[in-house]
Ligand binder design. Sequence first.
Ligand SMILES: [Zn+2]
Length: 327
Amino acid sequence: MLEPAWISHPDEVDAKVAQWSADHGDIFLAESKTQFAGRPVWALTVTDRSVDDAGKAKAMFFKPHAHEPAPIAAQMNVISQLLTGRTLDGQPSEFDNERVLRECQLVFMPDANPDGTARAPVEAWDGSKYSNDEFWCWMRGEDPETGEMWKRVDIFDDREEENLPERIGIVYEQIDEHHWVEPNRHHSSTLFRWIFELLDRHEHWDQALSLHQTEFVNSPHNAMMILPCLFDEQPPEIQRYEREWAEEIVAAWSELEGAHPCEEVRPLGYTGQQRQYFVERWGDLYHRLHIITSEIQNNSPRTPPALQQRLNEVAIRTGIERLLAGP
Ligand SMILES: [Zn+2]
């Protein structure tokens, strides 16, 4: 049973965005790109639009993967607080709203692949209905030969795959009649099209937070912060900011009941092809902006949906507090 503060289904997100646009146009701007499957991919700007943007601290938050819904629910609840002074279930805002709106320009992309999200069989993965193996077959599709999770690729053409799953994994975004991409691994995704457009709008961005979930199989932890895979090659100023920011999030998580964050903050540990995707698609960006990744446990009774959402909210809140504190 999901809490009343949880909104993640694209139909509900769209309805809430329409309501906020009608009620809070002075501090909220909703822009969308329509993905091939027809759903809007929102970039939601939250700021006092009567104050010049030039002096504002700027941050973007995004959620690439459709099988990881908690970051949608978290972003929607944070936006609700900033616009209405209340969480989606009526609790008072934990932000100094006026100051955040005046001093920051925040852009939320709550769901980079709403078609994928809408294809999921559940709105939250709580570990009660699907084993991880079943969950992973929803994520990438089920290989008809092996019965196991299909492969992880940046892009594929559904005419050229021999063992194409009967049901395409929800992590993939369809970008034309026959091509599908993993949103954070190919520049043709709606996610990347948005990121490049946002980067073009301003010379300087203070933060980009990539919000994710993973299963933490055989790990005592249920939350972790990850630095870019090319962290060691980033300029020292970027390294310093990213490490401090990530460590602040870990410290904030430690205050939460049920949170077992990994204390150590490390660069993404991928090797081989998966690392290569990040080097090729993100490498240039790592030299331009402070970008870190959060991972919250998914599909486990150890981390129920309300806690998944809360951990994501605290990660977002910690970044906003850092924006207010100055560079
Ligand atoms: Zn992810």
